[in-house]
Design a protein around this ligand. Structure first.
Ligand SMILES: [Fe+2]
Length: 482
């Protein structure tokens, strides 16, 4: 009897040990090793001991039954652990897939929240990052967190997040003791949380840029696999943010290139300095009033910015001529819409605007150039540009005339509406009462347009109101206004 009890104890111990070990090695491996060992162990035990005389068959049945029960429990636990690990691994793969298919960090963050919910199921999640100066902690993503709590978490008194970020170490609190009231604990308790896991978010260069915090309403001890999963997910947030920063910089460089084209032409002719930006602003206001949104609105802005870029091919002697132009000189000037298109053409993200730019000197009555098309055969975007270009040109000095006042220019627009200009677009412009000379317009440019062929995730900037440009771009634009 002692030997039988010892054998059962031995098997139970072996099963527990194997189960604990399975956390370090693939569980399936243990499954295949443990089942034969367990069976062999049972057979060998009987073989060594033999069927002792005097032992009742019921006792032997109990022994075999206990062995089978232990084996069953062991196998089911191994299966459960294996399944959990597989789910975590698959979740990481799913997030990786989102990272490959989307260059927006928003898509990745949403996928991460989904996967956390499907696997380790926290009650709330907060993803926090420092601003670009590294001073203030902002909420990048909040799941199930109250507004008030978010403000407090990012406030000065949050030692938990600071400790996680500064020490670059994961902070795990399985349960809060009721008498503990140090640091951030009172606020967490007040919100009804009983457990907390905070992991740092680190950039590619190793700098801590934020933290991810999981909040639990009931005490829970996460397994080593769960904690590893949380850490992996946190590093995926870091990769997504790094990539976002990289894309932002590419976008800025694209915009700087586009804007340098505009600068190049406007520097040659001081009379038209700021003209393109003003046309872009006015065109944007009209397009928005008509109902343009998102990328459609964005492209109108770029068309306004680039409509006259082809003037770079017009000799300065013609551009700055202080008297009226000859017929031959007019013919050269009239080539500029085609030349603008030739310059824009290599920019894939702006191909849609080529016709709008090409036709920006067409007239409503068909007497414009280069194609003499009329009425609504002229793209609406070109008709918008035409109204804005006309107003802007009239309110600028020229070598051969002084500028008109805002009111005088509006009166002129009124006069030519229906002949030179689209009457409806003219009317919308006059009703808006804008002049395009105020406001931080450049901040309204979205990054989607110039990176359009990279298929940005729709969740990033779906409304077309993208991020502000960097300080370098803003200063570039400020300089152009002086
Ligand atoms: Fe033009």
């Amino acid at each position: 009897m002692i030997i039988i009890l010892a054998a059962i104890t031995l098997q139970v111990t072996a099963a527990i040990l194997a189960l604990r070990q399975s956390g370090k090695k693939p569980a399936i491996g243990w499954l295949f090793i443990a089942i034969p060992l367990l069976l062999l162990g049972a057979i060998k035990t009987l073989d060594l001991v033999g069927i002792p005389t005097g032992i009742q068959p019921e006792v032997l049945t109990l022994f075999v039954g206990a062995s089978m029960f232990v084996g069953l429990v062991f196998v089911s636990k191994i299966f459960k652990a294996y399944h959990q690990n597989l789910t975590l691994l698959k979740s990481i793969q799913d997030i990786d897939r989102v990272m490959l298919s989307s260059i927006s960090y928003n898509g990745v963050i949403n996928a991460i929240i989904d996967k956390l919910n499907q696997t380790i199921n926290p009650d709330a999640v907060g993803i926090y990052t420092y601003d670009k100066h590294g001073h203030k902690l902002n909420v990048l993503k909040a799941y199930n967190l109250s507004e008030e709590f978010q403000k407090k978490v990012t406030g000065d008194g949050n030692e938990f997040i600071k400790s996680v970020i500064e020490n670059r170490r994961t902070l795990i609190i399985d349960r809060f003791e009721s008498d503990e009231d140090v640091g951030f604990l009172p606020l967490l308790k007040q919100e009804g949380y009983a457990g907390y896991v905070g992991t740092p978010i680190v950039s590619k260069g190793g700098a801590p840029i934020g933290a991810m915090a999981l909040y639990l309403r009931k005490p829970k001890k996460y397994s080593k696999h769960d904690i590893d999963f949380i850490k992996t997910v946190s590093s995926q947030v870091g990769i997504a943010l790094d990539r976002e920063q990289f894309i932002d910089r590419i976008h800025e460089m694209n915009f700087e290139s586009v804007y340098s084209l505009v600068q190049a032409i406007e520097m040659r002719d001081p009379y038209t300095r700021g003209h393109s930006l003003q046309v872009a602003k006015l065109a944007s206001s009209i397009a928005e009033a008509i109902g343009f949104t998102g990328k459609d609105l964005e492209l109108v802005k770029f068309a306004g910015l680039l409509h006259d870029v082809g003037k770079i091919a017009v000799p300065e002697s013609i551009l700055k001529k202080p008297s009226f132009l000859t017929n031959d000189e007019w013919k050269i000037i009239q080539l500029h819409p085609k030349q603008s298109v030739a310059i824009i053409d290599p920019i894939k993200g702006l191909r849609q605007i080529r016709d709008w730019v090409l036709y920006h000197h067409e007239r409503w009555d068909g007497r414009g150039y280069p194609k003499n098309i009329k009425g609504d055969r002229i793209p609406i975007q070109s008709r918008i540009l035409s109204v804005c270009d006309t107003y802007s040109a009239m309110t600028e000095d020229r070598p051969y005339r002084k500028r008109l006042s805002d009111q005088e220019a509006r009166n002129e627009i009124r006069k030519v509406a229906g002949s030179q200009l689209d009457p409806t677009v003219s009317s919308i412009f006059l009703d808006l009462g804008v002049n395009g000379r105020n406001g931080n317009f450049i901040n309204s440019f979205s990054k989607d347009t110039l990176l359009g062929d990279l298929d940005l995730d729709s969740t990033s900037n779906g409304n077309g109101n993208g991020k502000a440009f960097s300080q370098s771009v803003l200063s570039l634009l400020e300089k152009s206004k002086q």
